[in-house]
Design a protein around this ligand. Structure first.
Ligand SMILES: Cc1cc2nc3c(=O)[nH]c(=O)nc-3n(C[C@H](O)[C@H](O)[C@H](O)COP(=O)(O)OP(=O)(O)OC[C@H]3O[C@@H](n4cnc5c(N)ncnc54)[C@H](O)[C@@H]3O)c2cc1C
Length: 259
């Protein structure tokens, strides 16, 4: 069930539990990272930096291509290596095509029902959208795999699907591949993957994890998880600061030798 309270309302009742100038880095400016930064700023933290490798923010919501980070900013611990090596993703493609002969199709979102259930049909488009009536540009959604169903196959299958419904592809505007839906298999889950990641890793060594692996691959879920994480680890309900505002108190000795 969704919590109806506004963000401002929720954050007005909790307070930072670290000094507000604590240096905090967030890796990635997708919905998760931006939500975490927003929550921290709402709490009053004023030394928050979001590090984004792409030239713009938004992550998958802005339809940017996500590549393997070769030179990450993090050095992985043994537990991180163990757990993250179990994570797999799904290839998700968006293909934008300019099509002649489908002018009669109204603006809207359409499913290819015949390709939605049977894993043997992977690569075929599962959905199509016409965004604007004054252009012949359509967007197709398809799943691939890293073995034999890659971008070129996905494109060909979309072109074939267009032909079957009476259209002809005039131009391939663009295609993007997303590493979508980070997940672990049932056995790894049964063996305690989430217990370990939430109880042994989350928040250890000043490192916090957000995103589809933790929260499910939906924008709202990721944003909510990030803000809940900030409320849990970076705030409390005590209006009095639980930390000294003065980091090092002067000792009597310091005072005597001050001048
Ligand atoms: C085709 C498609 C359709 C979707 N449709 C929907 C939908 O209809 N509804 C919905 O709710 N969700 C949808 N989603 C899912 C939604 O986009 C994601 O759940 C959401 O974007 C995840 O947010 P995130 O911040 O966790 O990750 P991302 O959006 O992946 O953002 C991560 C960011 O981190 C950056 N980054 C990665 N590595 C580094 C690094 N080493 N250093 C610096 N920066 C780095 C990336 O460039 C990126 O900007 C869709 C996703 C796709 C691909």
């Amino acid at each position: 069930m969704y919590d109806q309270k506004s963000i401002e309302d929720k954050f007005s009742k909790i307070h930072p539990c670290f000094p507000v100038n604590t240096r905090i880095a967030i890796v990635g400016a997708g919905p998760s990272g931006i939500s975490a930064a927003y929550a921290l700023c709402n709490l009053g933290y004023n030394n928050v930096t979001v590090i984004e490798k792409h030239h713009s923010v938004g992550g998958m919501c802005e339809s940017v291509d996500i590549e393997d980070p070769e030179n990450g900013v993090l050095q992985l611990s043994e537990l991180e290596k163990e757990l993250f090596s179990q994570v797999q993703t799904i290839d998700y493609y968006t293909t934008v095509l300019k099509i002649k002969g489908l002018e009669h199709i109204p603006v809207g979102f359409y499913y290819f029902e015949e390709f939605m259930d049977d894993p043997a049909t992977i690569g075929n488009p599962v959905a199509m959208q016409r965004f604007y009536s004054d252009t012949n540009v359509f967007l197709f959604w398809s799943y691939g795999n890293s073995a034999n169903v890659k971008g070129s196959t996905v494109l060909q299958l979309a072109v074939d699907a267009v032909k079957r419904i009476g259209g002809e592809v005039e131009m391939v505007v663009l295609q993007r591949r997303f590493k979508y839906f980070p997940n672990v298999n049932s056995q790894d889950m049964k063996d305690g993957f989430y217990d370990k990641i939430e109880n042994k890793l989350q928040g250890q060594k000043n490192t916090y994890y957000v995103g589809g692996l933790m929260a499910f691959e939906l924008t709202e879920r990721n944003s909510s998880y990030s803000m809940a994480l900030i409320s849990k680890h970076f705030a409390n309900t005590d209006p009095q600061p639980g930390f000294p505002y003065v980091k090092v108190l002067e000792t009597e000795n310091d005072l005597n030798t001050a001048d």
